[in-house]
Design a protein around this ligand. Structure first.
Ligand code: PHE
Ligand code: NA
Length: 446
């Protein structure tokens, strides 16, 4: 714990750690396919609105609680509640967060495993000279192979838990900070290349021409869930990081920096991917495979395509690795709070998440048509409910806690944005974010 404290004593280091948690599959894999399935510009507009009105203020609330408590999420919640004369039962919110990240990490690892597969295939030159339908066929046959998928999922879980157990995230973070700009650069190059294709105009139109007719309750719910997911907000995962935030750093400024970068990365990925979709006449609503069938096609057009494709998946893997470490952290911290050693806690978390992930693996083959609830197979269920329901509910409770429950002075100090900044934040959380989540969730339930 102390190592971590030392590690983040600079402001920059804290922002980079939170960026590591935020930027991941949510931006490059989930954002494009959700946009494709939810009416394009309608989804994008709502998602940006939710980032501004909900994601950002609640992200500040979440980090603020961790920073004020300087303990694990559950302990911080209980401690701050009691010092404000409120019930220590708030600690259960930390447990709810742990349940949420448990479910999310189980599929996050499986999908990150797809990147491992693609990295290996790209290095093998397997994508060279493939036609777009052949790329799709290759992806489908990979999904239909539970053993290969399990192998990659296992490798990814081992990578994650090794870092979490060994506390070597210091080194990984340094590597990440060095290499992430390259991922952004590669996305800029891809988007730049996309600008030279016929699909570029239609892609921009699909993303940016207002289309209010496409807005449905489902699209609104999905956009809200995605705003939480992509910013890593609502599961007390950032709360755990907030505990290590240095003194004398404006929390709003840090949050705005992270969120802007997060949105920018998603936009670049979206532009690159939808340009391929429209120049190839593909279906934007292709689903979770969207990125995996479009990017090999895009890279194939570039000189040295296979090498760049391999580099891209390597960088994406690094990005998802730092996110998965953040996903695992609240569970490991929670078990440590119950008296387990860090290594034991990591082993228990790793094995249980891995086992649950097998259900996602099988959702593409033997369990594809098993209806868990509402016609969804397991993968569809686990990629929907925790994100669209649990993260907003968790975020709502965190917001209530920070803006109504804990003491005003403690919150004011932890936000570190002066009395006026605090007033703006508190007003936003109390009268915009909280009612907005309630209204959207309520209309979703009806
Ligand atoms: N924000 C991460 C991403 O976009 C996912 C994540 C969700 C991480 C919740 C931590 C907590 O990939
Ligand atoms: Na993200």
């Amino acid at each position: 714990m102390n190592e971590t404290l030392d590690r983040w004593t600079t402001r920059r280091a804290f922002i980079l750690a939170v960026t590591g948690a935020a930027v991941g599959l949510g931006n490059i894999w989930r954002f494009p396919y959700m946009t494709g399935e939810n009416g394009g510009s309608a989804f994008l507009l709502l998602y940006v609105a939710f980032v501004l009105l909900l994601g950002l203020p609640v992200m500040m609330a979440e980090i603020l609680v961790g920073r004020a408590g300087r303990r694990s999420p559950s302990q911080s919640l209980a401690h701050l509640a009691m010092s404000a004369g409120r019930s220590p039962h708030w600690r259960w919110l930390g447990l709810f967060g742990a349940l949420t990240v448990f479910l999310i990490l189980s599929f996050y690892s499986v999908v990150s495993g797809w990147s491992i597969e693609y990295l290996i295939e790209a290095l093998n030159g397997d994508f060279v000279a493939l036609t777009p339908p052949e790329v799709g066929g290759m992806f489908d046959s990979f999904l239909a192979d539970p053993l290969r998928m399990t192998f990659n999922h296992t490798v990814f879980m081992l990578l994650t838990m090794a870092v979490v157990a060994g506390g070597v995230s210091n080194g990984l973070e340094k590597l990440n900070n060095l290499l992430m700009p390259m991922l952004y650069l590669l996305l800029i190059v891809l988007a730049g290349y996309a600008a030279t294709t016929d699909g570029f105009g239609p892609a921009l139109a699909w993303l940016f021409t207002p289309n209010p007719a496409a807005i449905t309750v489902e699209v609104v719910l999905n956009a809200m869930g995605h705003a939480f997911f992509t910013l890593a907000v609502g599961a007390c995962a950032l709360m755990a990081y907030g505990a290590y935030m240095p003194d004398h750093q404006s929390l709003p400024r840090a949050a705005v920096a992270v969120a802007s970068l997060d949105v920018l990365v998603a936009l670049l990925a979206g532009i690159a991917i939808f340009s391929v979709v429209f120049s190839q006449g593909m279906d934007p609503a292709e689903g979770p495979g969207l990125m995996f069938v479009t990017l090999p096609i895009a890279f194939a057009e570039l000189p040295g395509g296979s090498v760049w494709l391999a580099i891209f998946f390597l960088l994406l893997l690094l990005a998802t690795w730092t996110s998965s470490i953040n996903l695992a952290e609240p569970m490991v911290a929670g078990l440590q709070g119950l008296g387990l050693k860090r290594g034991q806690a990591a082993a228990i978390v790793g094995v249980s998440v891995w086992a649950l992930g097998l259900l996602s693996v099988l959702s593409f083959s033997t369990m594809k048509d098993v209806d868990w609830i509402g016609g969804m197979n397991f993968f569809e269920l686990v990629t929907t409910i925790p994100t669209d329901l649990f993260l907003p509910v968790g975020g709502l409770l965190i917001a209530i806690f920070a803006a109504w429950v804990m003491s005003r002075d403690t919150a004011l100090r932890a936000l570190d944005a002066g009395p006026n900044g605090f007033r703006v934040w508190q007003f936003l959380v109390r009268y915009v974010s909280i009612p907005l989540v309630v209204v959207v969730l309520a209309s979703g339930l009806i």
